[in-house]
Design a protein around this ligand. Structure first.
Ligand code: NAP
Ligand code: G4F
Length: 323
């Protein structure tokens, strides 16, 4: 039986990936940090919270990472843990860097010294591109120009992942994933913030929603599809980096339009207020990724389209709130 270690098991992707790996008969270990109220609700939502072996550790604590790697000796390590919210990264740039950049380096170094044959996946991001794009679409060759402390921390971790592969012949891959969402997406992200409030408005539990830049465009896909790509990358003979995206881009306004209409509310503009607090010091205007390399080499493609994704999320929030 193959052993997989997932950092970030309690997050959106950690939960979907754990479900996928359990279905493939892996023994799944999840790294969990010590916080007052541990939240396993994503794993509960997917019905797998009892099928995982949890192990204590924190990305900022090197000794705990060494202990985890030495004790489990996993075949595959999916490193998903991060301070993942771009907005917070301007308010907490140091903790963001300590977790995302230095934390990744600590984990890579623990693997190098204690279990170098493990395959390593790093959760890189389209945020690393910033606003640079050729012909309006980002590829693996598009230059990076990170525009937030989050993106900069991820770019450091991206290059460390490449460097450990090139320097120590370790199997290290970067998945450069564009935005992906689901019914268990954190409520601070714009997609889930919208679907949660749409459901509340529909049920008479809220009156309006405060948002920032409605003209931002993102390449939004479904998390369940994207974790499959992570696994496929780790099954390759040679470690390589891949963009994972749908190739389509939509604005926050498009998201609002579908979400409100799906709940039977025609004009979203009656419910949306612009609040400067939700605008970013430096914005990424449009993200749109070309995942041709992954489609060709990994035989991966997204199954859920944008409209289906938005409707799935609204339906899930309506169901949850009705309960
Ligand atoms: P998420 O829901 O925010 O989950 C983040 C996870 O990291 C949580 O399990 C959290 O644990 C854990 N974590 C945070 N700090 C930690 C620390 N110091 N030590 C150990 N664990 C820690 O994120 P996600 O959406 O699943 O994304 C997964 C990864 O992909 C992240 O690295 C993110 O930056 C990256 N990414 C995401 C997207 C996207 O659109 N979702 C796109 C590109 C890249 P707690 O429960 O203890 O907080
Ligand atoms: O949903 P968001 O917060 O996601 P963002 O910043 O694109 O980051 C997500 O995707 C990245 C991949 O590209 C990941 F690396 C990262 O970890 C995270 O998962 O914001 C999307 C867009 C932004 O342009 C933002 O300015 O929506 C805009 N927006 C407008 N009003 C808002 C709001 N975003 C949030 N969170 N809240 C608002 O009220």
């Amino acid at each position: 039986m193959k052993k997989a270690l997932i950092t970030g098991i309690t997050g959106q992707d950690g939960a979907y990936l754990a479900k996928l790996l359990l279905g493939k008969e892996y023994k799944v270990y999840g790294l969990v940090r010590r916080i007052v109220n541990r939240d396993f609700s994503n794993l509960v939502y997917l019905g797998i919270e009892k099928d995982i072996e949890y192990i204590d550790g924190d990305l900022t604590d090197e000794a705990s990472l060494i202990h985890v790697v030495k004790t489990i000796r996993p075949d595959e390590i999916y490193h998903l843990a991060a301070q993942s919210f771009v907005g917070t990264s301007w308010d907490q740039p140091i903790v963001t860097s300590e977790i995302n950049a230095i934390g990744t380096l600590k984990l890579l170094d623990a693997i190098k010294h204690h279990h170098p044959s493990a395959k390593f996946y790093h959760a890189a991001t389209s945020e690393m591109f910033g606003n640079s794009n050729f012909d309006g679409i980002q590829t693996e060759d598009t230059p990076f120009h990170p525009r937030s402390p989050y993106a900069i921390s991820k770019l450091f971790a991206y290059w460390m992942t490449v460097n450990y592969k090139e320097s120590f012949s370790m199997f290290c891959v970067n998945g450069i994933l564009f935005n992906h969402e689901s019914p268990i997406r954190g409520k601070e992200f714009v997609s889930r913030k919208i679907t949660d409030v749409v459901a509340r408005i529909k049920l008479g539990l809220a009156k309006d929603i405060k948002l920032g830049n409605l003209d931002s465009k993102r390449d939004w896909g479904f998390a369940g599809d994207y974790v499959e790509a992570m696994w496929l990358m780790m099954q390759e003979k040679e470690a390589d980096d891949y963009i994972i995206s749908t190739g389509q881009t939509h604005s926050v306004k498009d998201f609002l339009d579908i979400a409100f209409k799906h709940a039977g509310i025609d004009d979203w503009s009656n419910y949306v207020n612009i609040d400067p607090r939700f605008k970013r010091p430096a914005e990424l205007f449009t993200l749109q990724g070309k995942s041709d390399k992954a489609q060709k080499k990994l035989n991966w493609k997204p199954k859920v389209n944008f409209e289906e994704l938005v409707k799935m999320m609204v339906d899930a929030d309506l169901k949850r709130l009705k309960k």
